[in-house]
Design a protein around this ligand. Sequence first.
Ligand code: SAM
Length: 639
Amino acid sequence: MFFCKKSGQLLAACVSRVQITGMTDPATHHSADYRLTSAPLSHRDGVLRADDFDDLYFSTDDGLGEARHVFLDGNDLAGRIAAAPQFTIAETGFGTGLNFLAVMALLESSKLEHSQAGCQIDYISFESRPLPAVVMAQSHQAFPDLARHSDDLIAALPPQWPGLHRRDFLHGRLRLHLIYGDANDAVAKADFAADAWFLDGFTPAKNPQLWNQDLLTAIGRLTRAGGSFATFTVASAVRQRLAEAGFELEKRPGFGRKRDMLVGRMRTGILTPQPAAQNRDIAIIGGGIAGASVAAGLVARGITPHIIDARDRLAGGASGNRLALQSPRLSVDHNVASRMSADCLSFAARCSDAALAVVADRVISLDWPDREAVRQAKFRTQFWPDDLMQFVDAKAASSEAGIDLSLGGVVHHWGRVIDPICLTKHLAKGAETHFGFSVVGMRRDDGKYHLIADDGRQLTCDQLVVAAGADLGVLHRMLAIQGIAIDVTSGQVSHVPETAALAGLRAGISFGGYLTPAQDGFHELGATFDREGNIEILASAHLHNKQLLPHGLGDSLPDPASYGARVSRRASTADRNPVCGKINDDLFILGALGARGLTLAPLLGDMLAAEILGTPVTLTRDIRRGLDPYRFRLRASRL
Ligand code: SAM
């Protein structure tokens, strides 16, 4: 079928989605504790020891030798990664990261031996009690050969809050998905197909929670047919449970003083196809932060996508403000949307750092009486990781901000004030761009999409990603995607000339609206929220933005007549959560990011790229359901 704006013909999109749950948890959780626990530590024979489990992080004989013998050789890793374009390792217990470093060293050396691009590894590790960076670094000192890799890991360590933390190593050939929280909970909510498991929790007698039947059954469920595991323990109860989980077992000689170790192969397992061939054309409609983020994920996985945009540059729409904030949107019940925003911030801040797009490295959310204060007062009765939100009074808030603030609030140390255009360009590197390409028609035949521009240009692709920001609705009609209602609003940001009173500002401040430090003579003060989607610049909008500010701050600003401005349109859904996922095997969508695209898009784009290419998507199942493009339709059909 074919669509043309003028003729109104439609292209059919095959829809086959079946699952959905809501994003909100009705529980109030007022005195909830969202922190991770820390391990009580000491040393025995120079090796790190968890006192409560009375067990060591690795062998006193030779930890690296043990990691290589038990986990790498136990899974026949060297041979298997030599033959595979992509390989997924999953691990229970990241600990000091020594197994991970051993894999990094193996992968790097395997590249040296082969001239071709080599294997890419997704390394998914579950850890409930992440070690402090300094402790981790100290425990690596025993292995000087790994010094460079250790430095890379330590530099990339994520903040210590629960959830997914995505990081890249070896120029993207090694993708770490570090999942903080109890493995029992996290594995149950995961959906991926591992080629090999490193079962490395403390010894089963001392840490039975990591070896129970439910967890091992879930591990079996997440193992590809023919996939493997290796572990140091041969405890009979563990053997029985792993056999019950579907593995064929084999004892092998253990390491050092240990006589035996255990390996296994999944007899049946999930018949998930191996990631498909990389020689395909993928087009992304939209050159804003969403499209660029998907592009970055595809480029890292070996594809050169085509970004097409009606405008003449990247970030020409809502992603193109001079400055913007990256900050989390947390809720008292730390619901699915709240957890998603924490996962996304961990990755987005890291991307901004790598892009050199950072103007200020913290965001302070003020206890502004009419807005944030009620929610933040509840947060103050709860326990949150300092990395995610640190509660401060007015004095401490002022010292974090660099200017006098009359209100306390919450400091987000992983919040950022960024140059969004710089971040978008960084993420789009490696993609081919087609500007001034306004899509007016589409044709689908021979299993390909043919996109037609208003100037007659054509582009053909095997798969299509719609990441068109506020133009999402138009493209939905073109592609006959139904059941995703997109609201478009517009927002005016004021460009406020630098003033002496704000000269010291070195943080982003949010208070319902937001204010940035000055860059090139102007602060960014935002923003209006116009449901009509008007795009003309209004003097009344400057006044609105100024009035959003806490009084002391607003009073020190110059007359709005001196402000510059930018207006852009944003798309959102009824539940204010994005859409990210598959419409059919060849059509994908990332959008409705509202005013939070710069925080949410980098990770969601990376995950969408993983979904398109069949590599692991490690957002929890409930987060993925909350992003499902068809959640509204499926909710309605349940009523
Ligand atoms: N693989 C690690 C390395 O290379 O250093 C060593 C792992 S250490 C022996 C065991 C790890 O399992 C510890 O870091 C511990 O915090 C973690 N762990 C224990 N129980 C856990 C649970 N229920 N969920 C997630 N991780 C757990």
